[in-house]
Design a protein around this ligand. Structure first.
Ligand code: UDP
Length: 382
């Protein structure tokens, strides 16, 4: 260990903090157990020329000016409008649920006003404050659309009934009464021309940042550090003292062929009897490129076992109770800050990760100036 400030994890959280500290004249050591930087946002150009999102689709989208300006400093972000299709009951539909989906599904020609009234009538008005994913769906889209697009997919993705999942997961997806079919509502949507990994490499490319890959560290290894920024799993920091937190992991079956496999970047498979959740065709994430070859990922979701890569924090009742114990332990610890998706056990998008990392760096610098103690979290993970 060369620098006394250690950043565990070379994903967006770690790289942004390292960069901000370096710009302020503070040296850091960034260490990551994997052989590459960028965490699950890692991209790799394959021999057939296609840029692959190695850990599944990552589309950058944000409404935050600071984050947008920041990422543009380190990479060439190409505007990209993400559109997703869904196969359900033997038909292909437009997602997220929009006027086209509604008219296709109900075999109708409704106007926006008619569709809004029609869906409002189908929604379950008796649900006042939706708590579960299922409540949220039944309230806003009604049983037919819920069963066609959300129930089976969610069951496969999360391995539990939508009645046991929080409403917040569905709140990620808009429902629109227009033909706007962009998957996200944010004003800035883009994919980096050369992938995400060179952006993270550019962030880390500074004389005050030392990066070590392929090295797994434990808190005991870092006992001498002045401060540790930990973007690994919070339960791992405490050696699983309160039990390991549950994650979903993904298995990708990769295939290389030629031509156009599915004509779109992501096709969701909403029926519960189809074992996979979606197929991603990577070259469609770079419509400005042209390739004869193509690479697809067929995606299967399952509970993460020890040694698997963690993707989605489950955050059900059991995990919430454990998380509370970890948060209490973290609040008693000194000299460590938890950050990012694994460090705070939250379903974070890349833009939020960057925003929070910038705020953590700001706070760290302020704490140094004002001689205050750096808090363990900037956002309470509970
Ligand atoms: N979802 C669904 N049907 C779909 C797409 C998404 O039920 O066709 C639900 C599912 O529970 C998923 C959540 O909405 O976990 C969020 O979807 P998103 O596309 O944001 O997931 P991500 O791309 O982050 O895996």
């Amino acid at each position: 260990m060369t620098a006394s400030i250690v950043i565990v994890g070379a994903g967006f959280s770690g790289a942004v903090i390292a960069r901000e500290l370096a710009e302020a004249g503070i040296a850091t050591w960034v260490v990551d157990g994997r052989s590459h930087v960028a965490g699950n946002a890692h991209t790799e150009r394959r021999d057939n020329g296609v840029m692959v999102h190695v850990y599944g689709p990552h589309i950058f989208h944000t409404g935050d000016e600071r984050v947008w300006e920041y990422i543009n400093r380190y990479g060439d972000m190409v505007p990209y409008n993400h559109r997703v299709k869904a196969t359900s009951g033997g038909h292909v539909y437009s997602l997220p649920v929009n006027l086209h989906t509604i008219n296709q599904f109900f075999d109708a020609t409704m106007s926006p006003t008619e569709a809004a009234a029609f869906i409002a009538e189908r929604g379950d008005a008796s649900i006042d404050t939706p708590v579960s994913f299922e409540d949220q769906a039944l309230k806003f889209v009604g049983r037919d659309l819920y069963e066609a697009f959300f129930k089976g997919y969610t069951q496969k993705q999360w391995g539990v009934s939508p009645t046991e999942l929080p409403a917040s997961i569905l709140a990620r997806l808009p429902v629109r009464f227009s033909y706007e079919d962009s998957y996200f509502n944010h004003p800035y949507q883009a994919i980096p021309r050369d992938g995400y990994t060179p952006i993270v490499e550019a962030l880390l490319d500074h004389p005050l940042i030392e990066v070590t890959l392929n090295r797994v560290v434990t808190p005991a290894d870092l006992a001498e550090a002045e401060h540790v920024f930990w973007s690994g799993p919070i339960d791992e920091y405490f050696a699983g003292e309160f039990g390991m937190l549950g994650y979903r992991t993904l298995d990708f079956v990769e295939e290389e062929t030629t031509g156009d496999f599915q004509g779109c970047p992501v096709m969701n498979y909403c029926d519960v009897d189809v074992p996979y959740t979606r197929i991603t065709e990577h070259k469609h994430f770079a419509p400005w490129e042209s390739h004869e070859g193509t690479i697809t990922y067929t995606e299967y979701s399952r509970l993460a076992e020890p040694g698997d890569i963690a993707y989605y924090p489950i955050r059900q009742v059991r995990e919430k109770e454990q998380l509370l114990q970890y948060v209490e332990a973290a609040q008693k610890a000194t000299g460590v800050t938890f950050m990012g998706r694994l460090g705070t056990y939250r379903y974070l998008d890349m833009d939020v990760t960057i925003k929070e990392a910038l705020e953590i760096a700001d706070e760290f610098l302020a704490c140094r100036r004002e001689v205050r103690q750096m808090p363990p979290f900037m956002v309470n993970p509970l």
